[in-house]
Write a protein that binds this ligand. Structure first.
Ligand code: ASP
Length: 465
């Protein structure tokens, strides 16, 4: 089938030849004795002409409706002047059909596909996502995502990074959100956690000696979805050994420029300006901000925010917790104060954020690689030595088998593509996102489990009153 197929984008090189196109009916236009179909495939659209003088073919073509899947054979001809369409690259040509095969009929789509889709209810768009993705805007976004991901891989591979997959069924790795838990059938009453990030694994891979790791990794956090947040997001997860903060920032910066310029967009300022957390808070009143003076949508304004506080204090409870994640190293000059538990709120971490056009695009840090410092941080956060052992013993133990200094970063792929695509929500650049109500109306999840499944897991559902 494929062998004999011509893509719509290629008809401009085929004048006078017989070709076969395959795809969807995008639009049909009746002009009395002439019937025009715009046929859509993954490369674009092409005009197909059916003439009434071939009565049988014309009658068959007359049954065609939008979104039917067809195979049409015919001769490529130049359109008469005045009938040319300057808006598409194939607009000077058309296929004069001689044969039509209907591969699949289609019901009328429950949502319009010829608009940008922004005014359609989210529930309907996601229930019929496979149709919603046919709209040009969505097709472009998903292809742009692929392009950005390819540029990321290309850049990191050239810099001698290797991509390593890490488990989805794991133990909780705190990134400040709620975990998704997965009950274990073999060990009733016990749970895996889906990773909030591959943080601990990437650090363990540094201890294993890989030195330069990356992964286009899914991170799962049970937080209420909103514009720039979903239950699942994708990180460009990076970790490096024998490096300091500046080294990681330099790599991430070069990577961002490679991706943005590779996607045909501009970077406002190179090198990226750097603000301390304190400066950012004073100047912008927030740790993420937009440096563009005009809202030029094709420009990305990056900036680094550095010297984040090591700890956050809950104003109500006075409880001290980590500001980024509990593995960020304090600044070397603050280690003494950490051990003395002095001035905890003003201790700085070797942690950095990358902001872009008002969004937090990446966070990263130099990691603690000294077991004593790591234990101290957990102690200050209120964990007993037993709790530390139970939850993080594996990591602390690993530090004692020759841990290189290491640091990393994890830019959010969805947010990056969202900005590149000039979208305002990450759901527009994810093939199958959840709704704002945290559901998937297409698969109809979440949904109840069967009694048998629950019995196997030793789980009983408490009836909510
Ligand atoms: N694991 C961190 C995060 O998800 C990123 C990092 O520090 O590399 O934000």
């Amino acid at each position: 089938m494929e062998q004999n197929r011509t893509y719509t984008k290629d008809i401009l090189n085929k004048e006078g030849s017989e070709v076969t196109l395959m795809g969807w009916v995008d639009v049909r236009r009746d002009h009395g004795k002439l019937l025009f179909i715009d046929l859509r495939d993954r490369t674009g659209t092409a005009q197909v002409l059916f003439m009434s003088k071939d009565a049988e073919l014309y009658a068959k073509a007359n049954t065609l409706r939008p979104e039917w899947v067809i195979q049409v054979t015919g001769i490529i001809g130049k359109r008469p002047d005045g009938m040319k369409n300057t808006e598409t690259i194939t607009g000077d040509w058309e296929l004069q059909a001689t044969e039509l095969i209907i591969l699949s009929e289609a019901k009328t789509p429950p949502i319009p596909l010829d608009s940008d889709g922004r005014d359609i209810e989210e529930e309907m768009r996601l229930k019929y996502r496979y149709l919603d993705l046919r709209r040009q805007r969505m097709t472009r976004n998903i292809r742009l995502r692929h392009k950005a991901t390819t540029l990321v891989r290309e850049f990191l591979n050239n810099q001698d990074f290797i991509e390593i997959e890490t488990p989805l069924l794991t133990k909780t790795s705190p990134e400040g959100a709620r975990d998704f838990l997965v009950p274990s059938r073999k060990y009733p009453g016990n749970f895996f956690a889906l990773p909030q990030s591959p943080q601990q694994y990437k650090q363990l891979l540094m201890i294993a000696g890989f030195e330069r790791y990356y992964q286009i990794a899914r991170a799962l956090r049970d937080e209420d979805p909103r514009g720039d947040r979903q239950y699942e997001h994708t990180q460009i997860d990076i970790e490096m050994s024998f490096v300091n903060e500046q080294d990681v920032r330099a790599i991430a910066e070069e990577m961002m420029i490679h991706v943005v310029e590779g996607c045909g967009k501009k970077v406002l300022q190179k090198p990226f300006p750097v603000f301390t957390h304190e400066e950012a808070m004073k100047k912008f009143g927030a740790d993420k901000f937009d440096l563009r003076t005009e809202k030029d949508p094709d420009t990305l304004a990056f900036a680094w925010v550095v010297d984040f506080p090591l700890f956050d204090k809950d104003e109500e409870t006075g409880h001290i917790t980590f500001a980024h994640n509990p593995f960020s190293a304090p600044k070397p000059e603050h280690v003494e104060k950490l051990f003395a538990r002095e001035d905890l709120e003003h201790l700085c971490a070797q942690q950095y954020d990358l902001v872009c056009n008002g969004y937090e695009l990446a966070s990263g840090g130099v990691r603690i690689s000294d077991p004593m410092i790591q234990r101290k941080v957990f102690e200050i956060m209120g964990l007993t030595p037993e709790e530390t052992e139970e939850r993080f013993g594996h990591l602390i133990d690993a530090y004692s088998y020759g841990a290189p200094p290491h640091a990393g970063i994890a830019p959010g792929l969805d947010r990056l593509v969202m900005i590149l695509a000039k979208e305002t929500g990450i759901a527009e650049v994810i093939a199958f996102p959840k709704t704002g109500q945290a559901r998937d109306p297409m698969m109809n999840t979440p949904s109840p489990a069967s009694k048998k499944q629950l019995d196997e897991l030793g789980i009983e559902i408490k009836k909510t009153p």
